[in-house]
Write a protein that binds this ligand. Structure first.
Ligand SMILES: Cc1cc2nc3c(=O)[nH]c(=O)nc-3n(C[C@H](O)[C@H](O)[C@H](O)COP(=O)(O)OP(=O)(O)OC[C@H]3O[C@@H](n4cnc5c(N)ncnc54)[C@H](O)[C@@H]3O)c2cc1C
Length: 282
């Protein structure tokens, strides 16, 4: 976190001090955020700016990597599609680092962006690297569930700030499933929602933020507010329809804590990996 701050990432602060929010299964507030609810976008902004200042890094935006070049049991480079000419190209390197993210798009319902297609996992697998824990996929409990709308994430921090879940009959139901209620771990809340959807014959449940101050909600969750508004929902007044959607791959290319895969010359970082940090859950 210190390094990200040194590199220009701006986290939300009050009176100069970092502000923390609470998420599910946490016993205290320990989650940083940026611009209310745009933390990921702030990471991407600040890291691209930082990389741009590094003379040893050449960026090639929109180049789609297709496969790894392997010779004599070692990863020697990548084959990619030239973003302008749309023709195949190769780059050779002493080391290749995969950081292509997760595979949420394998599922019909996902919070992930269109690029989360598991390409890096497939490339590493076909190149002979060990994979691990591929069966462990996290489903986020509260993706927006509205006809014609994307499965936009209604962040867990909304429950952390006091949001509650109600079934189609308007009942708060988490008490039936876990004493931690809405702040039980994600897998438990997701399974509870599915059980409740089946029990009530409904395709969704509802996130209720109406007990919280509207001004606070709009300040704390500006992006969620904007998106919900675009679909005719007021986060401070309306019941927000939600259901679980695939969110995160705990498994991936097996690495050690130095990012080394089992294929010499190939390293991996981020959601494409299985470092062992998460185990079966996250
Ligand atoms: C809506 C949402 C909210 C989240 N909120 C949180 C949170 O609050 N806290 C948290 O810790 N985590 C959160 N996560 C999870 C976290 O954002 C991801 O796990 C993380 O961004 C993964 O980072 P990454 O660098 O591994 O991959 P990504 O950020 O997914 O980046 C992968 C990159 O690889 C590129 N790529 C993919 N395939 C190819 C290819 N074949 N060739 C070339 N490029 C390719 C993609 O275009 C993309 O730019 C959230 C995820 C989502 C979807």
């Amino acid at each position: 976190i210190k390094q990200l701050i040194e590199w220009g990432t701006e986290f939300d602060r009050e009176g100069g001090k970092l502000v923390f929010t609470q998420e599910a299964a946490h016993s205290r507030r320990r989650i940083l955020h940026s611009h209310g609810d745009s933390t990921g976008a702030e990471f991407v902004r600040s890291l691209i700016a930082r990389a741009g200042r590094e003379s040893r890094i050449s960026l090639l935006p929109f180049a789609a990597t297709e496969s790894l070049i392997v010779a004599d049991g070692r990863c020697m480079g990548v084959r990619y599609l030239d973003p302008i000419l749309r023709s195949p190209r190769e780059i050779f390197a002493n080391a290749v680092i995969l950081c292509t993210g997760g595979a949420g798009q394998l599922y019909q319902h996902t919070t992930n962006p269109p690029v989360a297609t598991g390409d890096g996992m497939a490339m590493a697998y076909f190149a002979g690297a060990d994979m691990a824990d591929m069966e462990f996929i996290q489903f986020h409990p509260t993706a927006l569930s509205l006809e014609g709308a994307p499965r936009f994430l209604l962040s867990e921090a909304m429950r952390g700030e006091g949001g509650i879940l109600r079934n189609a009959q308007g009942e708060r139901f988490m008490g039936r499933y876990d004493e931690r209620l809405e702040l039980a771990p994600r897998d438990i809340v997701s399974r509870s929602i599915v059980a409740e959807m089946r029990r009530t014959g409904s395709r969704m449940v509802f996130l209720d933020m109406t007990a919280l101050d509207g001004g606070f909600l709009r300040h704390r969750f500006p992006k969620i507010d904007e998106t919900c508004r675009a679909f005719g929902l007021d986060i401070a007044k309306d019941m927000l329809p939600v259901s679980p959607a695939s969110h995160y791959c705990m498994g991936g290319v097996r690495t050690d804590l130095w990012g080394r895969t089992t294929l010499p010359g190939l390293y991996a970082a981020g959601e494409v990996t299985c470092t062992g940090v998460h185990g079966a859950n996250r």
